[in-house]
Design a protein around this ligand. Structure first.
Ligand SMILES: [Zn+2]
Length: 145
């Protein structure tokens, strides 16, 4: 039954419920027999799978999935894909994005500093335990003469 399609709301974050309800209505308008076999959040995006391929339905689903990428999962406000320290990707607004950083942004300052320190460590042969500051001045100063 196509009306069972709304049962997947239980598997979706609350901020996307209006989006998903609109999608279900749109799919029923196309064809009342369309059956959704799975709907979930994956990598910060809405994912919806049908039992049978349906060209127009797929287009509607792609639209809803792409809208979900800019909609907070928790409140439905404008959001963006963000990633936690442990690699968990969610789409969240500024108010709900605490502990996450934008998934597409440059690495954090802490991460860059750690990487730089590690590179200096590796590039300095025999420099076990030494940091970039321990590199002799002669090697870093411009040559004279
Ligand atoms: Zn939010």
């Amino acid at each position: 039954m196509a009306s069972d399609n709304l049962n997947w709301l239980a598997h979706l974050p609350e901020g996307w419920h209006p989006l998903y309800r609109d999608l279900v209505v749109g799919l029923a308008d196309l064809d009342p027999d369309i059956v959704i076999v799975q709907a979930k959040q994956k990598f910060g995006e809405l994912r919806v799978y049908l039992g049978k391929y349906h060209l127009d339905a797929e287009a509607l689903i792609r639209t809803a999935e792409s809208l979900s990428q800019a909609m907070c999962e928790l409140c439905g406000d404008i959001g963006e894909r963000r990633i936690s320290r442990t690699g968990w990707v969610r789409t969240l607004c500024d108010a709900h994005g605490g502990g996450f950083r934008p998934a597409g942004s440059a690495p954090s300052r802490e991460y860059r500093l750690a990487r730089r320190a590690r590179s200096a460590f590796v590039l300095w042969p025999g420099g076990a335990g030494k940091t970039a500051n321990a590199v002799p001045k002669a090697l870093t100063s411009p040559r004279r003469g």
